[in-house]
Design a protein around this ligand. Structure first.
Ligand SMILES: [Zn+2]
Ligand SMILES: [Zn+2]
Length: 567
């Protein structure tokens, strides 16, 4: 039995279609990580779900005169469809709209309240005299007091990432009617974050394995002191408070959304053989929990959620929070409101998933913002997937299939007596390099260095391509069939290792290749190991793994920017 790994992934608001910024920021890396760990034989639980609550949903519902639950369920279905098409392999992708989630969230609330980590206080809240209601979060807009950017919302500034209270905003306005709100008293519950400061500082100091950007952001935030934060709101959409007399209020969305990692694990356990199995992922302190999020979400996962977990007690704290930076689109900041975004459902309707997974992995915004451009998408697909890796695979497989009776060359083809003689004589420098690269990738992937790991695999594909070119078995075969058989065997052996190495990044084409090479079952079953390719193994008729893309699509796609999702 391997290790157990809990992978928590950011909960997308179910208020609009997914876009590439979210995929590069938070969804592709956990999938690579999960597939890698599953291949290693580790027990992975990767969970997330749609965030159905909060003002992003109600705001959209009011604009479209629909019910929030209709919006939420429409996008939840769309998310599930996108995960399947892009190959994001959640063990459970649920939603915050379930009875289970409400129950787990209310238990969390009650426990923290009983322990004194939640308290009640009267606060003055913005109230719009025109709309006749309290304005929370996204219902108010103003200027950020920290970075002075306009259009900051009542819950967070998108520009500097600081969480905000409406009262902190400069030039406060109602988002609906632009009226300047009044302040009225309302009774709310607060999370006593200040009580956790010393414990958090000591804990964060130990997290030397965190990415520098995550560590710096968290440390700076803690240095600024910790303010207690309101965790209830005057709204009617969300998880109700587990107390009588507060029927008009709901638990604030960020407080219950992070609890989703725990409630999803419980839901997963309930649907299996052992309802108590969630404990194996949350109460066994040898289990590592990873949280994959975008950088705008860091504070919730390195400070607030850990504080809540400390307060609740007997639950694992995060082991790592490998947050990514942002993806820009054609050199400009991504903006969903201005539709400066590439919508995932649109992409998936027109193109294969692996070329996108490849591009977003090789230019993943791990340590700084990176740019997505359609020109780069076409170039990477045509030069790297098609001309390098795909060409290597296709040439080696088709020529072998044709010339060696649809099989990997046999010992006889190569003029070798048996496995022992074969192993002594045969291992080439190229195969030895593939062994080293597999080990390097193991180390890199276990530390969430995804971009670097993929570059290692691609360097091997380049090297194997050069090897095949140099050996030219299609020429040599006329005079020396054994030499041709040997070089084809070496190429196929390295291709077989690439199948494993590239599986976390390119699951669809790796699984296809797995079949072409004559393997049964799934790539994952083989383990993260160097595999001996059995001589004489029956191959399947090969087909190209990737197809060339026409440069004409670049202009066409750039022309679509600024428009909403078509699907
Ligand atoms: Zn108003
Ligand atoms: Zn700001």
């Amino acid at each position: 039995m391997g290790e157990r790994i809990l992978i928590g992934v950011a909960w997308p608001y179910a208020n609009g279609p997914l876009h590439l910024g979210q995929i590069a920021g938070a969804y592709l890396s956990p999938d690579i990580f999960a597939r890698y760990h599953r291949t290693k034989g580790n027990e992975v639980l990767m969970v997330s779900g749609s965030d159905q609550h909060g003002t992003p949903i109600t705001l959209r519902a009011e604009q479209e005169r629909r019910k929030p639950e209709e919006i939420a369920s429409q996008y939840h279905q769309e998310f599930l469809d996108s995960w399947q098409k892009l190959g994001i392999s959640f063990d459970l992708f649920t939603s915050t709209g379930t009875a289970n989630h409400a129950e787990v969230s209310q238990d969390f609330f009650t426990t923290l309240l009983n322990k004194g980590y939640i308290y009640k206080a009267t606060v003055s809240q913005p109230f719009c005299p025109q709309c006749q209601r309290f304005l929370t979060d996204r219902y108010v807009e103003g200027t950020c007091p920290y970075c002075h950017s306009a259009g900051a919302r009542g819950d967070q500034c998108d520009d500097c990432g600081k969480p905000l209270n409406p009262a902190e905003l400069i030039d406060l306005k109602c988002s609906f009617c632009s009226t300047t709100p009044q302040f009225r008293d309302s009774e709310h519950f607060f999370l006593r974050l200040s009580a956790f400061r010393d414990r958090l500082v000591a804990w964060v100091k130990q997290q030397t394995h965190w990415r520098q950007n995550v560590l710096n952001f968290t440390t700076r935030y803690l240095e600024g002191g910790l303010k207690d934060r309101a965790i209830t709101r005057d709204i009617d959409w969300g998880v109700p408070l587990p107390l009588a007399g507060f029927e008009g209020k709901r638990i604030y969305v960020w407080f219950e959304a992070v609890i989703g990692y725990l409630s999803a694990t419980k839901e997963w356990a309930k649907s299996g053989a052992d309802e108590e199995k969630w404990r194996c992922f949350w109460q066994d302190d040898t289990v590592r929990s990873y949280y994959f999020i975008g950088k705008d979400n860091i504070v919730f996962h390195t400070i607030i959620w850990p504080a809540m977990l400390m307060g609740y007690g007997n639950l694992n704290l995060p082991y790592d929070v490998p947050a990514n930076e942002f993806l820009t689109i054609e050199g400009k900041k991504l903006s969903t409101s201005r539709h400066w975004a590439v919508w995932l459902p649109d992409y998936l309707e027109r193109y294969d998933p692996d070329p996108l997974r490849y591009l977003l992995s090789i230019s993943m915004p791990e340590t700084s913002d990176t740019d997505f451009s359609w020109r780069e998408f076409v170039r990477r697909n045509n030069d790297e997937l098609v001309a390098t890796y795909g060409n290597l695979v296709h040439r080696a497989l088709t020529f072998t299939y044709r010339s060696f009776n649809g099989c990997v060359p046999t010992y006889e083809d190569m003029g070798i007596k048996n496995t022992r003689e074969f192993k002594r004589a045969q291992y080439t420098q190229l195969e030895l390099n593939s062994f080293t690269i597999l080990k390097n990738m193991d180390e890199l992937l276990s530390k969430c260095h995804f971009k670097q790991a993929l570059m290692e695999a691609m360097s091997l594909a380049h090297e194997a391509n050069r090897y095949l070119e140099e050996k030219s078995p299609w020429k040599v075969i006329k005079e020396d069939r054994q030499a041709a058989a040997k070089s084809l065997y070496v190429a196929l052996s390295v291709i077989s290792q690439l199948r494993t190495m590239l599986y976390p990044f390119l699951p669809f084409s790796s699984q296809k290749l797995h079949g072409f090479l004559g393997f049964k079952g799934n790539v994952e079953d083989g383990g993260w190991e160097w595999h001996f390719l059995p001589p004489g193994q029956k191959l399947l008729p090969p087909e190209p793994l990737f197809s060339k893309l026409d440069e004409g699509l670049i202009e066409e796609e750039i022309g679509r920017l600024g428009q909403g999702c078509h699907k």
